[in-house]
Design a protein around this ligand. Structure first.
Ligand SMILES: Nc1ncnc2c1ncn2[C@@H]1O[C@H](COP(=O)(O)OP(=O)(O)OP(=O)(O)O)[C@@H](O)[C@H]1O
Ligand SMILES: [Mg+2]
Length: 374
């Protein structure tokens, strides 16, 4: 068992309120990613859990045991919290070889020489750095050093692993490979992982759940595909997804057990089952419709329910094509699989599925109508 629970945690640096009444529960074996823009408090959360920073308020438990309780000024020693860390700056010991850096923790634990060799080799192999075993950190690139730091953290198969942007120094290809390795490691070892990134693709592809932060406040905690399809707010929707979600301004009107919305992508009636608790009081109000680029389709002939539009530009990228379309006053991005060719200014019709459209209140920015999840 290795669950982590943060209750009413506040952290200030002087007068700067960095974590604001944070409540977060990380289940045993979970891969929880802290995601959010730079400066929103991700690293601070990790440091508070690790015991490298003391919060001014709150309780933190690990395995149900308190490691922080500010009421009685209790702060468990970082070394006694049973976790391993990889930080943005991956301090390796410069006077030790890669092998010795990775083996250090095992030596402290008095593992046998044979077993140490096997375990270190396994960790280096997983990070694809076996060949650098005898080198010193100064003889490695930044990305190679970063992988040594991860190998050092995973070699003893810790129950909890805290990773702060561990892939930030890697090139795009290696980053994708390492994502796979870390995800596989999580599967193999069942380690509870608390992972920090500001890269939303990394968060979406690896996590069991994502905690999205803005400015020290949790916006949403949800499994990746729920966060992607039903972001609770306009700004969460805008932060997640590449290419970004389409937003279309509209006017909404409440009708019997439903909502009618009129916008540049047509006139739609949404049934009430998918409403959230954030519906405005007014009978008519301004709204913003959100629709992901891959949930729009292009027809070259007029069809029932098709919304007329005009091609603005087409960007084929081999496996997919991004098409920019003008509909009314709105510019829409459509993502199609494979290579598609349209000519600029060509007249087309756009189709979408109302089950995949989400609607926000313009005044509050909150989600009022959800999508049916894929
Ligand atoms: N040791 C410190 N002393 C004072 N302020 C700090 C300290 N560490 C962080 N901060 C401030 O706390 C806020 C949150 O910082 P934090 O490092 O947690 O952000 P982050 O979400 O990890 O950002 P990034 O994605 O850039 O790493 C920032 O405004 C930062 O300037
Ligand atoms: Mg950080």
């Amino acid at each position: 068992m290795s669950n982590i629970e943060l209750t009413n945690v506040d952290k200030y640096y002087d007068k700067n309120h960095v974590l604001k009444n944070l409540n977060l529960s990380i289940a045993d074996g979970e891969f929880m990613t802290l995601l959010g823009p730079s400066g929103c408090g991700k690293t601070t959360t990790l440091r508070v859990v690790a015991g490298l920073e003391k919060p001014q308020n709150g309780i933190i438990t690990m395995d149900g045991k308190e490691v922080v309780n500010t009421k009685n000024l209790f702060f468990e020693d970082p070394g006694k919290r049973g976790l391993d860390l990889v930080f943005q700056s991956y301090a390796l010991w410069p006077h030790m070889t890669v092998f010795d850096n990775v083996a250090f923790g095992l030596k402290v634990k008095k593992e046998s020489r044979e077993r140490t060799k096997t375990m270190v080799a396994g960790a280096l192999e997983r990070m694809q750095i076996g060949e650098f075993s005898g080198r010193y950190p100064s003889e490695l690139s930044g990305g190679q050093q970063q992988r040594v730091a991860i190998a050092r953290a995973i070699v003893s198969e810790p129950k909890v692993l805290l990773l702060d942007e561990p892939l930030s120094n890697l090139d795009a290809k290696l980053r994708v490979e390492m994502r796979t390795e870390i995800k596989r490691l999580h599967h193999d070892l069942g380690t509870t992982i608390l992972y920090v990134t500001h890269d939303q693709v990394e968060a979406l592809t690896m996590s069991t759940r994502i905690a999205l932060f803005f400015d020290g406040i949790l916006e949403q905690v949800a499994p990746p595909m729920e966060l992607y399809q039903n972001p609770v707010s306009f700004r969460a929707a805008d932060f997640i997804g590449n290419p970004r979600i389409n937003f279309v301004e509209g006017r909404a009107k409440k009708i019997n057990e439903g909502l009618q919305v009129n916008s540049d992508i047509g006139f739609q009636t949404f049934p009430g089952e998918l409403f959230t608790g954030d519906m405005p009081q007014e009978n008519e109000f301004d709204c913003i419709i959100g629709v992901r680029p891959e949930k729009l389709e292009i027809d070259t002939t007029a069809s029932e329910g098709g919304i007329p539009g005009v091609i603005y530009a087409t960007q084929p990228a081999g496996s997919e094509t991004t098409v920019h379309v003008t509909a009314g006053k709105s510019r829409l991005l459509v993502k199609e699989i494979g290579i598609k060719t349209y000519s600029s200014d060509e007249k087309i019709w756009i189709k979408t599925d109302i089950n995949k459209i989400i609607v926000f209140s313009k005044a509050s920015g909150r989600l009022i109508k959800k999508a049916i999840l894929d």
